[in-house]
Design a protein around this ligand. Structure first.
Ligand code: NAD
Length: 315
């Protein structure tokens, strides 16, 4: 089969596919040229991550497409039902990036509670001339241990994050629309294992009691965190969104930060990707990353191999 990996694929995945006689085209074809390119190259499998959109119009135009593979969790960039109605299979790798996303959340939290974002920016400029002033400015950080970590959406990533939070000595409170209880298994380097049963609670408890909140729900029609929710949070707290843009109302978030109703926020995903508004990008209380939550060497490798294995099973 001819496989186009339009948003990249790990070498491990390519090796596995090529070893089994498939051709992998590793090229990032622009969205508007994709249909023509796929027809000219008789592409049978289109592999994407979140960047390439596989909408109805594209599916209608391509002739030989048999499988669409999404490296990662959400399928919101693919018109799945339409693909299926045309007999095109849609596959994805839901669990491959949970560890990576959980790590990034913790990174954003530390950027917030230890002012790392601003310290990192100012040290190269003023570290030599104003060390003492900078030291003073950034000496009121707080510790993670003993604080409460609120998780909204207690699925794969939410539960993986709970392990990180517990490891840091934090209390975990979680809300999930469908999950009442989860068994969190912490496995240590020496083989020891400890299980925590975490019963989820209501959304308001998570919002009002947490020192940091992280969102791990699928794409929603409307923001689930808006002005009302942000106003109920502790003014010393932070909020982190690595799930999907639009789950936090960005206008309300910037306002809450500017009015000191919230201490900090971390965003990896944006309503308007790939062009988030400047007022978000320039906000000193926002720790930012360009939708890289699931993008680590390990996750990319796992994604590539998982997609390749699923393709080999189909063919
Ligand atoms: P998951 O399906 O395992 O978990 C999502 C959980 O959210 C489920 O348990 C579901 O019951 C719950 N839920 C759904 N709607 C809810 C609501 N309104 N309120 C509360 N809970 C709700 O998914 P996951 O693998 O944990 O992924 C979570 C999110 O992370 C997805 O949006 C995914 O697209 C995103 N993600 C982002 C990156 C990145 O690069 N930043 C990488 C991977 C995944």
């Amino acid at each position: 089969m001819n496989i186009l990996a339009n948003d990249g694929i790990s070498q491990d995945g390519v090796n596995l596919l090529e070893k089994n006689g498939h051709t992998v085209i590793q090229k990032n074809v622009a969205q508007e040229q994709l249909a023509d390119f796929m027809n000219e190259n008789e592409v049978h499998v289109l592999l994407v991550r979140s960047a390439t959109k596989v909408r109805k119009e594209l599916i209608e135009k391509v002739k030989d497409l048999k499988v669409i593979g999404r490296g990662g969790v959400g399928l919101d960039n693919i018109d799945v039902e339409h693909a299926k109605s045309k007999g095109i299979k849609v596959i994805n790798t839901p669990a491959a990036s949970s560890e990576s996303v959980a790590d990034l959340v913790i990174g954003h939290m530390f950027c917030g509670i230890r002012y790392l974002k601003n310290a990192n920016r100012e040290m190269p400029l003023e570290g030599e001339s104003s060390f003492k002033q900078l030291k003073k400015s950034y000496s009121k950080g707080t510790e993670a241990a003993g604080k409460t970590f609120g998780i909204i959406g207690f699925g794969r990533i939410g539960q993986t994050l709970a392990k990180r939070a517990i490891g840091l000595g934090m209390k975990v409170v979680a809300y999930d629309k469908f999950i009442d209880e989860a068994n969190i298994e912490l496995t240590f380097f020496d083989g020891q294992q400890i299980d925590f049963k975490i019963k989820t609670t209501d959304m308001n408890t998570v919002i009002t009691e947490s020192d940091v909140i992280s969102l791990h729900v699928p794409a929603q029609k409307e923001a689930i965190i808006g002005k009302t929710e942000l106003e109920r949070m502790k003014p010393t707290a932070g909020i982190i969104n690595t799930s999907r843009g639009g789950i936090i109302d960005e206008e309300a978030l910037v306002k809450a930060l500017d009015e000191d109703k919230l201490a900090y926020a971390g965003l990896d995903v944006f309503e308007n990707e790939p062009q988030p508004p400047v007022k978000l990008l320039m906000n000193p209380k926002l720790s930012l990353s360009p939708h890289i939550g699931g993008a680590t060497v390990e996750a990319q490798s796992r994604i590539g191999v998982e997609l390749a294995e699923q393709l080999l099973e189909i063919n």
